[in-house]
Structure formats: structure tokens, C-alpha cells
Design a protein around this ligand. Structure first.
Ligand code: MOS
Length: 739
């Protein structure tokens, strides 16, 4: 099915199942411990051997020698895999550095060897006996030092050009009566998901099966085949349950490749989980950014010049963090300039983490907007309202499909009690706490991806959906079941959903907050095709047939679906289809919007920061399952508090690695850090996005929230921090004098 004209009314609009707050259908499996994760596939692979990865101890250079004798002789060792013994390997298109290094080393903790043994403890003990001598070469590890020589990034299909200019930015900025020119920084961050990267691998002849934790099944089958030099059809990837990904599992990593190579070398299935201290430097991370923002406005508060430049670093051939991109779309202003520059650094590989681009971009832009509002003497919400736009500010003829940013801000202000905020900072005390409120806009694009599904109706009236879509903890199982139940006119209990297997039709996968809308649209397409088959077999004209209560009906003749399937034979009825998209995404700018409100308390003596209240108002098209969507948004808000106040990979600029490589050193929020959170969804549908009329929401919640926290800290204390995370050492010297 092709979606190239805006949706009219369709079966989803019935909202009998879609739009209802529905518990996770996979919840009972998870709470009983019965959902099989990649490292625990006892059901599929009863007696695997264990692999343990040895990571590089230097950031750049080569292996001078590797002594494996002691490790080989250790108890239980079955095989050791290195680049020298693995045979010729290629590289997948989604991996910047090789997953198995040697003799050249591209980054710290790049995998150099896998030790396979009968037990985990044996593999780990033997891995400590691997002796590697290195030849170091100097590397570049300091983004600030590399900044001035960093060129523009290469343009990409995904992110567009790396530089945009509209009107005369420099002239308009110079002439503006009110100006802001400020620099901001965001640190390297780690996904730090609960489940480590993990894979169980088994070969049957020359065919490989990987039970692995992965967001994008089809990308990863392709990359694994390319790396091993075998046909894609010889790789099966199975990933039904995933304990968080946040972009860190968009691709196959060393656990998957080395489990496959280890299983081949040992002649036996092998499982590998990345040990937590290896994950931070071995896998990808969100790159640090340096950002410069220049805003020029008239005394009326209207922006006349908007400039946003961003610098990040990555390994050779890597990607930039596209933190200036949202500034092309978010506010009006006739003269504009954005630039994305990329330095080569020899740190571990930078790549996507939840809302890549917008998350760190809004951390800077939405502080800048707060600073500019203050310079203009305007309320931050009124300042944003003055500079709203309903068209793409870089292409005036191109409207947003929906844009209700200002409604989100105003509704949020009313619910949060924004009118009680003192514009003058450091005015509100509550005992030892200085109290302040902050606001920021949330913005994230809505991306559309082709997605396919297969649906089967059996003689009990059960509808089974199969697609290689993944559920990374987001609720995919549930919204897919809701979609099938709605379209087929059956109760939710009559739907079974099977996900995350490359034997199933290729879906959009989970990434870029496109998963919910795109995967359910693919299921919608397959269900509509199945309806046609069922109606025809029951002797009805398909377009007239009504599907409800487990029956297909025209006027007063109704046939149970189970009966139609029964008459079709043992296999029941099967339909497969996909949803793909025409150029509506070019004609209309599709984005999601929101507003974040935060109240903080800052200890007047110690500078300790506590978040006291949070509210997000979101406009993200039809909300398919308000309960799951709320969970996504509060999770993202929590992650944004981490970005604002805690998360930072400390770079060792001499030796080129992230020092705090575990959850003791890399701090993320815990329950005690997070107070009352509220989420309001605007009641809207976007017929331009898909037949579901939904949009992404899983990343919107992390966009802007960190700036709202930083703005609240400023309002509480009068101390403006432009370098994240906002920690008490950055406040302490500048707190107001207290008696
Ligand atoms: Mo998301 S960073 O595309 O998983």
C-alpha cells in the first residue's frame, strides 16, 4: 500500500481499541521472567559455551605481539578468536570502526580477542591471561582543541546539508538592537541501557542464527552478512525482547560478531554479553558538542537573525551530531544560518542516542531562547509565541502538517502555575531551598519508514501478526495488537503478535521515534488486505463489509471470521503487505512538538539541585496507547534530567578513553532523583503522517527537557550555566549571598 494522499476516515478512527490506555500485553511475560532475552535462550540453545571479550588497552596504534599460550592452556578453554585467526572479515555499513580490531587498533576497548570456554568463569579467567604488547601512535582526543580546524560535515540523505543560509544572517545580526552570542557545551553520553549488548550464536552448516538484542533486524542481518562475507539469506536474527537500546542497539556490535566467530571456532553454540565496564568504550556513545548560538531581535521581540553552529567529533568516516538541525525549523526569523562541523577524533565511535541531533541541540538552543527573552524583558513563553511559524522558515511555501507548539506552552503554563514564576531570578525561598521554574520547547521530527507485516486468520478466529519490528521496552507488541484488533474487528485477546525475527516481513524497526507510527501502518496495510480476502470469500463486496465483534457483515448477514478461515482450509487465511510513503513528507514538514515545565530547588548553601515538579505537554498526532505513550514520555523526561544534572563521560585526553565506564561512575537518575511527573497529550490527529494519523513520541520527551531544568536553576539562583551537566561545582562560587 502506498500512502501518498492525506488519510480520510478509515477503520482506525473507530477508536474501539486504538487510543485506549492499554496494559502491555507482554507485561505478564516480563514480570514472570518468562520473556526470553538474548543471553537467556535456554529454550533455543540448551548448552552454549561462553565467550569473553578482550578489549584494546590503547586508543590508537597496533598490536606488536599477542601471547595466547597461557589462555589456551587454561581450564575449559575451547577456542580463542582474534583478527589473525578469524579469516577475512568485511565491515557493515552501519559500523564506523571494525568490530574486531587488530593488528591496527581504532579505539580504546575495541575488541581484539574472544576467549571461548565451557563456563563463563573459565572464559573470564582465561581472558585475563591473554598478553598483548602494543605500539602506540598519537591520537586526537580533545574536541575543543580540534574545533577550529574542523571542516563542515558531509551532507547526508538523513540529515540534509551541513550548512544552510537564508537572507543575510551576518548583516541582520550586526544590525539587531538586541543580540545574544553565547557558547554552550554538551558532554559525551552513554546509552547505559539495563540489558547489555548480548548474543547467543549457533551455526547449522553454513547458516548462522543469532539471538541478539537489536533494534533494527534487517539493517543488522545485512551488516552481519557483509562482515562475515556470507549471503544475507544465511543469517537469521532473532530479537523478540530487548532491555532498552536508545540507539545503542541500532546495529550489530562486537558481541554478535564474536559470538558468531566463536561458535564457528568452537564448533558449538556460543553466547557473549558485553561486560558492563567494556560497554562504554567498546560500543557507541552520544558525541559531545560545542555549540555557538547567535540571536538578533528587534525591541518588539521578533527574531531577525538566527545562527546556530555545532561542532562534534568522531572517528574517520564517522557521523556528526546534527545539533543545529532543529534550528532550521523551530522559530521564525528572516535571516538564518546553521552549520554542522565535524572533527576527526580517535575516541570510541560516536553515533545515535535517543533523539540524536535535537536532544543536545535543544539543550543549547532552549537556554539561548531563555537568555534572549530575559534580554528583551519578555516572558519566555510570550517570546516563543512571538516567533512561532506555521511554515518551514527555510522554505516559505512548505507548511507544517500540524504545529501546535504555542498551544502546548500555554496549556502547560496554565496547568503548571507558570504565572507564579518570578521573572527576576533568585527571589523565591522555601527554607534552605532557592526555588525556580523553567520552560523549554520540545521538538523532534516525525520520520516515516517503509514497514511490512504478515497477518493470519485461523479457524478459531485468532489473528496472528508477524513482522520483524522490535519492542525495545516501548510497547510495540501492544500497539500492533491494538491495530490488528481495531482493523479486523476482534477483541485484543484474539490477536497474537510475533516480533523481532528476520524470518518475518521487514519492518521499519525501532529508531528515530518512527517505530510506533510506521510499524502499525504496515500492520494496517496487511490487515486491510486480509479484510479484502475475507470479505470476498464470504461473498461480500469488500468495501461494503463491516468487521466487528469477530464477524464480517453486510446489512443483516454476518459470518464469523473463524468460519471464513475454517472454510479456507488448515492454513487459514494469510495476507502480507507493506506501507510505503510518497512525497507528503516533502510537501509538508512533519514534526512533533511539546513544552516542558520544571521546578527545581537549589540548596542555598551547598548548591545541591533537586527537581521538584515536572510537566510535559505533547502534540504528537494520534496517541495510539495513552498509557504506553505516557511511559515513553516520562522515561524520556527522566533521561533528560540525567542529561541536565548528571550524565557525562569523562574523557582522558592523554590516553583517549572514557574513564567512568560503569554505572557507579556514569550516573543516571534513580527514583529518588525524580519527583512528580505529569504528561498531557493534546487531542489531535495528523492525516498527513499515515493512516494511523499518529506520529512519533518516544524521543519527543527528551527534547528540550534538559534546558528546562537549566533554565529553572537559573531562575532559582541567577547563575547561568551553559556547560552541561549543571553540577553544583558550577554553581557554588556564584550563588547569591545568604545570611
Ligand atoms: Mo534511536 S537514537 O534512533 O534508537
Amino acid at each position: 500500500m502506498k500512502f501518498d494522499t492525506p488519510a480520510t476516515s478509515n477503520p482506525i478512527d473507530q477508536l474501539k481499541v486504538i487510543g485506549q490506555a492499554t496494559d502491555r500485553i507482554d507485561g505478564p511475560l516480563k514480570t514472570r521472567g518468562a520473556a526470553p532475552y538474548a543471553y537467556e535462550r535456554h529454550d533455543a540453545v540448551p548448552n552454549p559455551a561462553y565467550g569473553y571479550i578482550v578489549g584494546a588497552g590503547i586508543a590508537k596504534g597496533r598490536i606488536a605481539s599477542m601471547d595466547l599460550d597461557a589462555a589456551r592452556a587454561a581450564p575449559g578453554v575451547l577456542a580463542i578468536v582474534t583478527a589473525g585467526s578469524a579469516g577475512k572479515l568485511g565491515k557493515g555499513k552501519f559500523n564506523t570502526a571494525k568490530l574486531l580490531g587488530g593488528p591496527e587498533i581504532d579505539h580504546y576497548h575495541q575488541a581484539l580477542a574472544l576467549v571461548v570456554a565451557d563456563t563463563f568463569e573459565q572464559a573470564r579467567a582465561a581472558a585475563q591471561l591473554v598478553r598483548i604488547a602494543y605500539e602506540r601512535t598519537p591520537g586526537k582526543f580533545d574536541l575543543a582543541a580540534a574545533k577550529d580546524s574542523a571542516p563542515l560535515a558531509k551532507p547526508s540523505d538523513f540529515a540534509g546539508p551541513s550548512e544552510t543560509q537564508v537572507g543575510d544572517f551576518a548583516g541582520a545580526f550586526a544590525a539587531a538592537p538586541v543580540q545574544l552570542d553565547a557558547s554552550y557545551s554538551t558532554p559525551d553520553q552513554s546509552h547505559a541501557m539495563m540489558e547489555p549488548h548480548a548474543t547467543t550464536a549457533a551455526w547449522q552448516g553454513d547458516k548462522l542464527t543469532l539471538w541478539t538484542a537489536n533494534q533494527m533486524i534487517d539493517w543488522s542481518v545485512g551488516d552481519m552478512a557483509a562482515t562475515l562475507g556470507i549471503p544475507k539469506s544465511h543469517v537469521r536474527l532473532v530479537s523478540p525482547f530487548i532491555g532498552g537500546g536508545f540507539g545503542g542497539k541500532l546495529w550489530v556490535r562486537a558481541d554478535a560478531l564474536l559470538a558468531a566467530l566463536g561458535a564457528r571456532a568452537a564448533g558449538r553454540p556460543v553466547k557473549v554479553a558485553l561486560q558492563r565496564p567494556l560497554m562504554i568504550n567498546n560500543t557507541t556513545h552520544r558525541p559531545a558538542t560545542l555549540q555557538r548560538i547567535r540571536l538578533g531581535a528587534g525591541r518588539d521581540g521578533k527574531l531577525t537573525a538566527i545562527g546556530h553552529e555545532c561542532w562534534s567529533g568522531d572517528l574517520p568516516e564517522g557521523q556528526p551530531e546534527t545539533s543545529a538541525n532543529q534550528t532550521r525549523l523551530l522559530y521564525a526569523g528572516a535571516n538564518r544560518f546553521t552549520a554542522t562541523r565535524l572533527a576527526v577524533l580517535d575516541l570510541p565511535e560516536g553515533n545515535a542516542m535517543r533523539a540524536p541531533g535535537e536532544a543536545p541541540g535543544l539543550m543549547a538552543l532552549e537556554i539561548a531562547m531563555d537568555e534572549m527573552a530575559e534580554k528583551l524583558g519578555l516572558d519566555p513563553i510570550e517570546f516563543r509565541a512571538l516567533n512561532d511559524t506555521q511554515v518551514d522558515p527555510e522554505q516559505a511555501g512548505r507548511p507544517f502538517s500540524q504545529r501546535r507548539l504555542i498551544e502546548c506552552l500555554r496549556l502547560g503554563a496554565e496547568h503548571f502555575g507558570w504565572s507564579r514564576r518570578q521573572a527576576q531570578p533568585a527571589q523565591v525561598r522555601d527554607g534552605r531551598w532557592l526555588v525556580g521554574m523553567g520552560v523549554a520547547a520540545a521538538f523532534r521530527n516525525n520520520l516515516l519508514m517503509k514497514s511490512a507485516a504478515r497477518v493470519r486468520l485461523d479457524n478459531k478466529g485468532v489473528v496472528t501478526v508477524e513482522t520483524d519490528m522490535t519492542d525495545i521496552g516501548t510497547g510495540s507488541y501492544t500497539i500492533i495488537a491494538q491495530t490488528a484488533a481495531e482493523v479486523m474487528g476482534v477483541p485484543l485477546e484474539k490477536v497474537q503478535v510475533r516480533l523481532g525475527d528476520s524470518d518475518f516481513p521487514v519492518s521499519c524497526g525501532s529508531g528515530g521515534q518512527w517505530g510506533g507510527n510506521s510499524s502499525t501502518s504496515g500492520v494496517y496495510a496487511a490487515c486491510m488486505k486480509l479484510r479484502e480476502t475475507i470479505a470476498t470469500r464470504a461473498g461480500f463486496t469488500p468495501l461494503e463489509a463491516i468487521f466487528e465483534d469477530g464477524m464480517v457483515r453486510v446489512a443483516d448477514r454476518a459470518v464469523p471470521l473463524a468460519q471464513v478461515a475454517q472454510e479456507a482450509g488448515d492454513k487459514g487465511l494469510v495476507a502480507e503487505d507493506f506501507m510505503e510513503y510518497g512525497d507528503l513528507g516533502n510537501k509538508y514538514q512533519q514534526s512533533t512538538f511539546g513544552a516542558h515545565f520544571v521546578e527545581v530547588g537549589v540548596d542555598a548553601a551547598t548548591g545541591e539541585i533537586r527537581v521538584r515538579r515536572m510537566l510535559a505537554v505533547c502534540a504528537a498526532g494520534r496517541i495510539l496507547n495513552p498509557k504506553a505513550a505516557r511511559s515513553q514520555v516520562i522515561g524520556a523526561m527522566t533521561m533528560g534530567v540525567g542529561a541536565a544534572l548528571m550524565e557525562e563521560l569523562a574523557v582522558d585526553k592523554r590516553h583517549g578513553f572514557f574513564v567512568n565506564h560503569d554505572l557507579a561512575g556514569y550516573e543516571v537518575p534513580v527514583h529518588a532523583d525524580i519527583p512528580h511527573q505529569d504528561v498531557i497529550f493534546l487531542d489531535e490527529t495528523d492525516p498527513v503522517s499515515s493512516p494511523m494519523k499518529a506520529k512519533g513520541v518516544g524521543e519527543l520527551g527528551i527534547c528540550g527537557i534538559a534546558a528546562a531544568v537549566a533554565n529553572a536553576v537559573y531562575n532559582a539562583t541567577g547563575v547561568r550555566v551553559r556547560d552541561y551537566p549543571v553540577t553544583l561545582d558550577k554553581l557554588l562560587e556564584r550563588l547569591p549571598n545568604v545570611v
